[in-house]
Structure formats: C-alpha cells, structure tokens
Design a protein around this ligand. Sequence first.
Ligand code: IPE
Ligand code: IPE
Ligand code: MG
Length: 243
Amino acid sequence: MNKSESTDSIQMIPNHVAIIMDGNGRWAQKRGLPRLAGHRAGTENLRKIIEECINLDIKHLTIYAFSTENWHRPIEEVSGLMGLLENMLDKELESLDKNGVSIRHLGHSFGIHERLMNKIVDAVNTTRNNSTLVLNVAFNYGGRHELVRAVQNIIDDELSSQEVDEELISNYLDTSGQPDPDLVIRTSGEYRISNFLVWQSAYAEWYFTTKLWPDFNEEELYRALVFFSGRERRFGQISDQIK
Ligand code: IPE
Ligand code: IPE
Ligand code: MG
C-alpha cells in the first residue's frame, strides 16, 4: 500500500496515536547484530514516523521508549538505551522544536542519570509552547506506577474521597489535560499491554502487527490508520445509536 492508495481509505485521522515500539532486539538478532543496533535502527525509524504524524495532522503521539520493567535488562542494554535518548535529544531537539513539536515526559525521574534528566526537562521546557504535535515520550514509565503516583499526590493534596472521580484521576496522571489515545499500535507480534497507558487506553482501538519496530515505516502507519478508519467506536452503545 502506498500513500496515494491508502489516503483514500484513511477517512478518519485519530487525534491521539500511541505506539509500543517493540521488536528492536529481534530485528538486530535476525541480522546477527548486537541488540543495541536494533535500538539505534528503531530510533532512526521513529524520526520518520514523527514526521509522518505531523504531515497527517495527528495532534498527539505517545511513544513507549523505556518501561519501568526494562530496568531488569542487562546493564549494557539499559545504559545503551539511556545513551540513545540522550543522543536523540542532543541531535533532534532543534528540528523538533522548529517543526512545532511539544515534547512531554511520561514517567518518573527516579533512577535516571541527572545529566539525562536535565536534558529531558530542558527539551520539555524549550518546546512547551509548540502546538503542531504533542510528543509524549514514555520513558521510565509504567502505567501502574503512574497510578500509584497519582494516588500519592491526591493524598498529599488532602482531597476527600468525595472529590475523587474519573476526571480527577485523569488530571493527576502524566497525560493530564490530554485526550485519551484513540489508537494504540503494537509492533512485533506481541499481544499484550506491558504496563502501557493502563488507564488512558480503556477505550482505545488496538492495532497489532508482526512487523518489527525498525521495519514499521510510513506505509505500515497508513495500514494502521486504514484499520482505524474502519472501526466503529461504540463506547458501550449499540450501532443504531451512533449512526
Ligand atoms: C523494544 O524493543 C524497545 C524497548 C523495549 C526499549 P525490544 O528491545 O523489546 O525488542 P525485542 O522484543 O527484544 O525484539
Ligand atoms: C514494552 O516492550 C516496552 C517498550 C516498548 C518500551 P517490552 O519488550 O519491554 O515488553 P515485554 O516485557 O516483552 O512485554
Ligand atoms: Mg520487546
């Protein structure tokens, strides 16, 4: 499917797309390369996908870059992944900013090296007023941990149980103020949530592909968007009610 073939069938552009970028390690292993080469290829790919999301006028893109569980990987891989984010911020911040991308960090700072954390904070602050695309980088992120932090903050703010409702909880999450994802994409043939946006994806459409993340190109993104266009989102109602 090329772009012109697919744009006809993309009738609905999701406002918020979230991606579990999985399969970098297998991509590298298949080529006899170290796993980090896969992560590097995945990062290159991300640059193209961000550009395409801007072209398609997608307004929010969330990418899962490092989970709270990924700390359990071999130390060399963990430091490699930290280095890749740092490198990407060093190299790409200027052009992301120029293209109107507003970077947000989902996750917590605990465990992240101070130098990297400063660069993340700087990227968020520099791009704060951009509005073409909000890019949420889920890094050192876990959906359960995000909920734990939300509950802790609600208690610290001395709110009463009567004040707690769904809207309040949403406002205490890292995605506060943003719409929930409409479409969640997971690459590499894994069919699980892996602690990603556990609250926010309650009514997302899910798209799974066996493509490994470094191979998930623009064409694959169109496929996911065509799939999304064909979904009927009923939110608990029946078909007749929403026609
Ligand atoms: C996803 O690729 C990137 C991260 C989790 C950081 P993986 O590294 O999980 O790749 P596979 O699943 O081992 O192939
Ligand atoms: C999910 O991928 C995390 C990221 C893509 C950053 P994993 O490869 O870590 O997921 P599991 O552990 O196989 O479920
Ligand atoms: Mg994986």
